[in-house]
Design a protein around this ligand. Structure first.
Ligand SMILES: [Zn+2]
Ligand SMILES: [Zn+2]
Length: 371
């Protein structure tokens, strides 16, 4: 009986044998299909998205509070390819057999989490394409060292399915503030006993108030343990209308992560993003050349969320013994990362600017501008 239970536990990993030749299938970003590396068998990705639905946020937060998660541990798995037994960490989705190299997905890693993903965007940017996007990106911009293109060596480029939250909310804001308009006024001033006309710029202030309603749809928050929202911000957005039903088969051959940021912690991030955008919208309604005393009182209701998995290439490159991280959107190829600044170039440009100012001043003094 004991052995039987263990045996059942051994079959938990998702592994896809090819229906045509029996070897292993994996998801291929080049072909955008589930494919067999040996016989060329291809399987279309199901594009249905009927499971990609939002849930009430308040209900989820209440039930999360009552939930006590299982402890993270290791479990023994048996490879159905070669029969070897190996250990898999219960919260890591990627599992590969160290003996025959076949790759599997530990679907239980997602079951382990309280909230399960409802949608996924498969990788569309292959490794080769990701490398091209890196080369193009590293060559852009003036203020970087010339040697960068030649010396930057990419290290450890890997595709990871990253957990995200998306949040929706209906918001209403009451705002008030003062819009300022610039105007010029001519005043007469006493200069050495003589009255002279002088132009002064002034601001006319106008008090206004208003009300604004806005529905926020799919505010995206990264739920990964290691990644920061700011780090990947330039790699955003994703085309979220292309999210399909969550299918762990799309993860075979890829790394994947389960969420670390809880659903309520994620909402705090989204809340701030929404408040900032609301303030900008209120400011736009207030108008004027300049503004002061803008007060915004906002309320949110009908908040909903969903948990989705999105593709990201994670990589670093080394330049002069320093490591720079960058990220490539696995759907669109947009890059987010840091590049070293050439202080020599910046200094040179500042020097050029100073010389220009001195030149203009000299020409004025020497009377070139006078008729
Ligand atoms: Zn095959
Ligand atoms: Zn094996």
């Amino acid at each position: 009986m004991q052995i039987y239970e263990e045996d059942q536990h051994l079959n938990d990993l998702l592994h896809l044998p090819c229906p045509s030749c029996g070897s292993q299938l994996a998801y291929s970003a080049e072909k955008k299909k589930i494919s067999c590396g040996y016989c060329g068998y291809l399987e279309e990705v199901n594009t249905a998205n009927d499971q990609v639905v939002e849930r009430s946020l308040n209900e989820a937060i209440d039930s999360v509070a009552e939930y006590s998660p299982e402890e993270i541990d290791k479990k023994v798995c048996k490879c159905d390819g070669c029969g070897a037994e190996f250990m898999v960490e219960s919260n890591i989705p990627k599992a590969s057999c160290g003996f025959c190299g076949s790759e599997k997905v530990n679907v239980q890693a997602f079951d382990h989490q309280y909230i399960k993903p409802v949608g996924i965007i498969p990788f569309y940017i292959s490794k080769v394409e990701a490398e091209k996007h890196f080369t193009k990106w590293i060559n852009q911009g003036f203020f970087h060292p010339n040697k960068l293109k030649k010396l930057a060596s990419m290290e450890n480029l890997h595709g990871v399915y990253i957990p995200f939250w998306t949040y929706d909310a209906q918001t209403e804001a009451n705002w008030s503030g003062e819009a300022g308009y610039h105007y010029n006024e001519t005043i007469r001033v006493n200069v050495n006993g003589q009255m002279k006309a002088q132009n002064v710029s002034k601001i006319r202030w106008q008090y206004r108030k208003g009300n604004l309603k806005h529905f926020f749809d799919d505010v995206l928050v990264v739920a990964s343990g290691g990644l920061k929202q700011k780090e990947i911000s330039k790699a955003l957005p994703y085309r979220l209308e292309e999210v399909v039903n969550f299918d762990p088969r799309l993860m075979i051959g890829w790394e994947a992560e389960v969420y670390k940021l809880q659903v309520d912690e994620g909402f705090q991030v989204a809340d701030k993003i929404m408040d900032d955008r609301l303030r900008n919208m209120c400011s736009a309604q207030l108008g004027g050349d300049t503004q002061r005393n803008l007060h915004v009182h906002s309320s949110k209701h009908s908040q909903t969320f969903k948990h989705i998995i999105l593709p990201l290439w994670i990589c670093s490159y080394r330049y002069q013994n320093e490591i720079f991280h960058f990220f490539i959107n696995g759907q669109t190829g947009r890059v987010s990362g840091k590049k070293p600044i050439s202080w020599f170039k910046v200094g040179f440009l500042i020097l050029l600017f100073i010389l220009f100012i001195i030149g203009v001043w000299y020409l004025r003094e020497s009377g070139v501008f006078r008729k």
